[in-house]
Design a protein. Structure first.
Length: 561
């Protein structure tokens, strides 16, 4: 782990208890070596962040190592773009694997040699059934499978066929290599699982050197063993695969025996984390790409303005468990909000501008008022805001006929402008349709630093100086799905997309101190929420994405607010 990263302290969980006990008893010589094994067939998402934090965190806590190993065993779905994005995401989260970048494809030759040994030992055979026939012979959860007619094929014949498969003599699907285990096993994964299949596809690293590719269940345990992995941490869906993991290690007899341990994956409501479904969102252009700020991908969260510190803190808070559960996405939002409250500088912005003219403020006069950069961080200091006769306020901060307890601007009512003067609305200007276009106001010149500076009024609103403000586009992002469980009852999750997940506001106004800000800069627009400067921005046309609102539903639910 990057020593500069401030990881949240991890609670002691069952995995850390196992690792601590293994280290105490001298198992694996006291070594701790983990790995993060992503498939390079899509971008990482928040669920992967939990696994990243666990694998790299455990290694760091027990003075061990963690490898980054790509499970690149399916050339039809893999791409260098995904490899590069994975490395960027892991580094951004604050973790470093040194020179320990590995690929399953590094071991293709060794995996092939181990497979040939299994055939010679009578532990594997070439099956020539079609995929549908293999599926039919496998049986069901309540009925045992049946032996393939090819199961008793002579080892010499299977070995010859396997080598010819490798040379590319057969089309896809003509044969597969299967382990010879037990077709009556109650665990379907042990009913002679496939170890190798034919794929006439170019690999992003090995090119056209191979025409057969190993399955994950075969390649993964051997890759772990070759790398000396002590604790192979997997999500819970691999629990039923652990007997096969152990079978492969036992019968291939590599020089080291790793141990697989399963933990519950991260499930968030209002969120889809299947890479296949996320890919569908991208390919169908329901989102702007893998890094769309509505996506649960790490790239999307980064573009939205989430911080690595907040994501690591979130992963620490939810912990590591053996049982599946669904985490409220509001907890993630709360964690981000807490982090940004401490670190984000404040700024004034008006998203839906309504112009006001202070008629008793001298024409041509300008002054500067002092504003606090971050009340949570005294070291952040202050800045100077320009103030003038013409201002913009939020359109929602004015009502001509307000209801009770509306403590903002209305005819004849006073409000304080944040960091500045008290103003009163004297007159409303409308267009021919009756829409309000401008407010004419007066101000109390003594209400900033004079005799009435301490005078209290019920409302305070934000503003920007009209001649000084920068024009910006603001993108208001909301949750991508309207259902807490997208796609429940077998529906396509895309039917649960939120039509209001993105609202683009052009013509917003922001204070001039934000001119020249770098992409990725996160600020709190006071009273509005946290916003991040998007990479699409140009100096003359800034674009801000809403990271998270100020309203904290999790704090209220949890009784903290």
């Amino acid at each position: 782990m990057d020593p500069t990263a401030e990881a949240a302290p991890a609670a002691v969980d069952f995995i850390r208890e196992i690792v601590a006990d293994d280290q105490r008893t001298g198992r694996h010589g006291g070594r701790v070596h983990t790995r993060f094994p992503p498939e390079p067939n899509g971008y990482l998402h928040i669920g992967h962040a939990k696994s990243i934090c666990l694998n790299f965190g455990v290694a760091a806590e027990y003075s061990g190592l963690c490898n980054l190993r790509y499970d690149d065993t399916n050339p039809t779905k893999e791409d260098v773009e995904y490899v590069e994005s994975i490395e960027e995401d892991v580094r951004w989260l604050g973790f470093d694997w040194g020179d320990r970048t590995f690929y399953a494809s590094d071991y293709f030759e060794a995996l092939s040699q181990y497979a040939e040994q299994l055939i010679r030992d009578g532990k594997a055979y070439i099956d020539s059934l079609t995929a549908d026939e293999i599926r039919d012979y496998r049986g069901t959860l309540t009925e045992p499978g049946r032996n393939s007619p090819c199961r008793d094929r002579a080892a010499e014949e299977s070995l010859d066929l396997f080598q010819r498969m490798r040379r590319g003599e057969f089309p896809d699907g003509a044969h597969v290599l299967r382990a010879k285990i037990d077709m009556a096993s109650p665990n379907i994964n042990m009913r002679d699982p496939t170890l190798y299949r034919i794929r006439h596809a170019s690999h992003h690293r090995t090119g056209d050197a191979w025409r057969i590719y190993p399955t994950y269940d075969y390649a993964h345990p051997i890759s772990d063993a070759i790398e000396g992995i002590t604790h192979s941490l997997c999500t819970l869906e691999f629990e039923d695969h652990r007997p096969l993991y152990d079978w492969v290690i036992e019968h291939t007899r590599p020089p080291f025996r790793p141990r697989q341990i399963e933990f519950a994956r991260l499930n968030l409501n209002y969120t889809v984390m299947s890479k296949r479904k996320l890919l569908a969102l991208v390919e169908q252009k329901r989102v702007a790409g893998w890094d769309d700020p509505r996506m649960p991908t790490i790239a999307g969260l980064r573009r939205r303005g989430y911080t690595p510190e907040a994501i690591r803190d979130f992963c620490a808070r939810i912990g590591v468990a053996k049982k599946e559960n669904v985490v409220d996405v509001a907890l993630l939002e709360h964690t981000v909000r807490e982090d940004l409250n401490r670190r984000a500088r404040r700024a004034l912005a008006v998203l839906r501008p309504l112009k006001i003219v202070i008629e008793n403020y001298p024409e041509g006069r300008e002054e500067r008022v002092e504003a606090v950069n971050n009340p949570e961080d005294p070291a952040a200091g202050t800045r100077q805001l320009p103030f003038s006769r013409e201002l913009f306020i939020e359109r929602d901060d004015f009502m001509e006929q307000p209801p009770k307890k509306f403590f903002r601007l209305s005819p004849g009512v006073e409000v304080r402008l944040r960091y500045a003067y008290i103003v009163t609305c004297d007159r409303v200007v409308k267009d021919e349709s009756g829409a309000v276009t401008e407010l004419r106001c007066s101000y109390d010149p003594e209400s900033l630093s004079g005799a009435s500076a301490s005078r209290r009024v019920k409302g305070t609103i934000h503003w920007v100086s009209a001649p000084h403000a920068l024009e910006a586009e603001v993108r208001l992002y909301d949750r991508l799905f309207v259902s807490p469980d997208p796609g429940q009852d077998g529906r396509d999750p895309l039917t649960d997309l939120n039509p209001g997940s993105l609202e683009r506001l052009t013509g917003a106004r922001i204070e001039p101190s934000l001119a020249g800000a770098e992409a990725g800069t996160t600020v709190q627009f006071e009273r509005l929420g946290y916003f991040c400067l998007d990479p699409d921005s140009r100096p003359e046309a800034p674009v801000f994405n809403r990271t998270v609102t100020l309203k904290d539903t999790w704090a209220r639910i949890a009784g903290r607010g």
